[in-house]
Design a binder for this molecule. Sequence first.
Ligand code: KG4
Ligand code: ZN
Length: 331
Amino acid sequence: MRVLGIETSCDETGIAIFDTERGLLSHCLYSQVKLHADYGGVVPELASRDHVRKTLPLIEQALAKAKLSAQDLDGVAYTMGPGLVGALLVGACIGRSLAYGWKIPAIGVHHMEGHLLAPMLEENPPAFPFIALLVSGGHTQLVRVDAIGHYELLGESVDDAAGEAFDKTAKLMGLDYPGGPRLAALAEQGRDQQYQFPRPMTDRPGLDFSFSGLKTFAANTIASAADDAQTRADIARAFQDAVVDTLVIKCRRALQETGLKRLVVAGGVSANKHLREQLEQFTQSIGGQVFFPRSEFCTDNGAMIAYAGAQRLLAGEQSDLAIIARPRWPM
Ligand code: KG4
Ligand code: ZN
């Protein structure tokens, strides 16, 4: 089964074609980063308009790259939510309509299920069951995954997502949008233990997170610190260490509590080098294993939507003719 995947939930237009027998056949990504940079964040109306401009040309490009035509497709998957409603509607309208015109089934996919399954596109995919740490700009969640569609939420952020904390702290430090990766790059220059940030909610039981306090802690630290390059890098390092430590502590707890040894980490923040290293080290220490998507599939992309949609279609699910976007949608 060959499935076209369409991702337009935020500021990337991601298109891909996944074949359930041959794997990923092609993928194309257009990032709107430059469009939103002047505004310091994503402007929803501009995002929707750019998805309108880019989605169809990218679909043509993905088909050409895979040396396929529309008649070779067996299904269309599009991100139905959560995300920006206008941006989602573009992908949903185009995806649902193309499937109708091509007389093939369509399926609306949950964006976080896409992220969660992204490591399945790698050479050595994890076997079920596993614990998934989903860390993106909008979500921080620990999920027990027993099979596709069998998800149990174990814990989540009660306020800001980890990526959001990275972005907001980066903004405080005067770094341009998108702040997360820039802050991570600055942290590489920082020295160890120059500042001590808290590890929120690690001193009590449970698997929930809270990251908004770290941003406030960073604001206070910046206000009372010197304004030179090394100090800024030291603060970035201390902030990143705190986020990563907190995530590792909660992953350890989730594995301990469930008795599982396999950990999957996905979403934009899973591209973070320090997080990857720390989780590799920790899972090795307990004889477990950690699985990540390749870097380009950590952040939003069409491949994860094509994959997740293909699994849903294979299981006999499909969406009806209504064009639906769900800006808020629990997984
Ligand atoms: O999954 P994603 O592309 O979009 C959402 O679904 O939210 O994640 C984007 C988030 C942003 O907050 C971005 O700053 C963060 O992932 N991010 C990173 C890194 N790369 C992306 N955060 C920390 N370190 C990185 N290397
Ligand atoms: Zn995402």
